[in-house]
Design a binder for this molecule. Structure first.
Ligand code: BG6
Length: 518
């Protein structure tokens, strides 16, 4: 008996799998590309906020590094400007800043110059003593992606991957430019860091609303029985942005919407919506399920690509009285660029739960508004007892139930169902049952970067992508990239401020469906 009744395993608070009361150990964070955009807009504001809320250890230091020549003081001044500018929904507090600024240091240097790594080594030693960072180091690679392998190699060459404490590396997206380069990059990084030390960031996985998909599905008993091919007719995942490429023309021209959004963010969102329940909520179990799902996505043949993938590029237009340039007129973009600023794909998941259900995924720049959501359309009732009167007075079968998981800017969940309209007769109308984060919880949600930075410091990679997940998601977009690389598109094919090219509507119409352009 006693051999069977084992005492419960002791919970290590740093590994608390449900991430309730996360305690973050002392550490130093080295940011490569510290004068870049990500650092200014996301990393430093998130770190400041975490410091303000005492969610990181007081024994903490940041060492920024990039080519720009700056002293520690100048780096602090620059970062102060960025933090006060980009702090979302939060006031800037001068006293907190003064303490936070004491944790910021800077090393100027070329990332391919070995001397830079010696200087980083030295600074790490200094902050370990002055800020008691316990030898724990988190490297953050936010440089141009083409430097990732080299930086990691040099970290290894200078033995910076080992020390008194733990060593981890966060790698920003894009992770590779295609399947081959992603595999190669994985191989290069594995020469220096163990998989358990590699944190590939996909900030969508850190969004509260994306994490809530798992709570919604697996914390409730009533939705999961419907969550399959018997009750779901199709799913639409939309990530629309009203902005254009915002000065990132050079990068974007080489990337395009399929690589920039669908290969990573939206395929991870799709996996979150469709994966099987993990047996335990921990990093390996959750990631095993995501990876398994991504491996079940049907790999298209070239002919399927023509049917199931649509590329678009925005042209110039007057929107809200403002003249907006087309993509080809944006700075650093070639006048005959073949880049997709819009991509729509129909995926099929070949497993028992989802066989035959189309997943329509789209993302585009310069759409009419910013909205990211997942719409799950359920099958119609077997018998149409109630007809619905449309706005034009026609009588039609009522619109089927729709569950919308709202990721941003509205954050919440809506369920559309039919209700009897008041009055005589059985007139039915769609109504909506809404949950809204703001009004239900009344507190600020942490940003994705705040969540993910804390997780990496605490050593929890649940919301980071693993090698097999990244390679599987490249695998599903690779056939599309290959066909598109050999296609000359008649771009531009949608005007700024519209919902994308007609071909994307036709793709859905072939299966009797329509995009929800709400
Ligand atoms: C980034 C893409 O990863 O995600 C950008 O490179 C895109 O092009 C951004 O604008 C969207 O993120 P969010 O959190 O604003 O939806």
């Amino acid at each position: 008996m006693s051999a069977i009744l084992q005492p419960p395993p002791e919970v290590n608070p740093l590994q608390d799998p449900l991430r309730f009361d996360r305690r973050v150990p002392p550490c130093a964070m080295v940011i490569f590309g510290a004068s870049g955009d990500l650092s200014k807009r996301k990393l430093l504001p998130s770190l400041y906020r975490l410091f303000y809320e005492r969610r990181i250890s007081p024994s903490f230091a940041v060492i920024g590094t990039s080519r720009t020549k700056m002293s520690d003081e100048q780096f602090r001044d620059r970062m102060k400007e960025s933090v006060s500018q980009f702090l979302e929904d939060a006031p800037f507090d001068q006293d907190v800043w003064t303490s936070f600024a004491q944790c910021l240091f800077y090393v100027a240097g070329d990332i391919n110059d070995p001397a830079s790594y010696e200087a980083i080594q030295e600074k790490l030693g200094a902050v370990e003593r002055s800020h008691e960072t316990a030898g724990n180091v988190l490297f953050y690679l936010s440089t141009q992606p083409s430097f990732y392998a080299e930086v990691v190699g040099l970290l290894g060459g200078h033995n910076l991957n080992h020390g008194n404490g733990w060593r981890r590396v966060i790698i920003e997206k894009p992770f590779g430019h295609d399947l081959t380069s992603a595999r190669k990059l994985n191989d290069e990084i594995h020469k220096v860091f163990d998989e358990s030390e590699i944190y590939r960031i996909d900030h969508y996985l850190g969004k509260e609303t994306v994490q809530n998909i798992l709570a919604f599905r697996f914390g409730n008993g009533i939705f999961e029985p419907l969550w399959n091919r018997r009750y779901v007719d199709h799913v639409q995942i939309t990530a629309a942005e009203a902005i254009g490429v915002e000065g990132r023309g050079g990068y974007y021209q080489e990337a395009g919407a399929l690589r920039d959004m669908i290969q990573n963010h939206l395929s991870q969102v799709m996996a979150t919506v469709t994966m099987e329940p993990p047996t335990v909520f921990d990093a390996n179990n959750v990631r095993d399920e995501r990876a398994k799902l991504l491996r079940s996505v049907r790999i298209m043949r070239p002919d399927d690509v023509r049917q199931n993938a649509v590329a678009g590029q925005y042209g110039p237009a007057k929107v809200g009285g403002q003249d907006l340039p087309g993509f080809r007129q944006e700075p650093s973009v070639s006048p005959d660029a073949q880049t997709d600023t819009y991509a729509a794909v129909t995926f099929f998941i070949d497993n028992w739960r989802w066989a035959g259900v189309p997943f329509y995924i789209r993302s585009g720049k310069r759409m009419p508004k910013r909205v990211t959501d997942i719409a799950i359309q359920f099958t119609a009732p077997p018998l149409g007892l109630f007809k619905q009167q449309t706005r034009t007075g026609d009588v039609a079968n009522p619109r089927p139930n729709l569950l919308i998981l709202r990721i941003q800017p509205e954050e919440g969940i809506s369920l559309r169902f039919l209700s009897k309209a008041p009055g005589s007769g059985m007139r039915v109308r769609p109504v909506s049952m809404d949950f809204n984060y703001g009004s239900s919880f009344g507190e600020r949600s942490p940003t994705a970067y705040e969540t993910l930075l804390v997780d990496a410091m605490a050593g929890d990679p649940t919301l980071y992508t693993r090698q097999d997940m990244v390679e599987a998601s490249w695998q599903i977009v690779q056939p599309i990239l290959d066909v598109w690389a050999n296609t000359t598109f008649d771009f531009p094919n949608y005007a700024s401020g519209t919902w994308g090219p007609r071909a994307a509507d036709e793709m859905l119409a072939r299966r009797g469906h329509m995009w929800r352009n709400a």
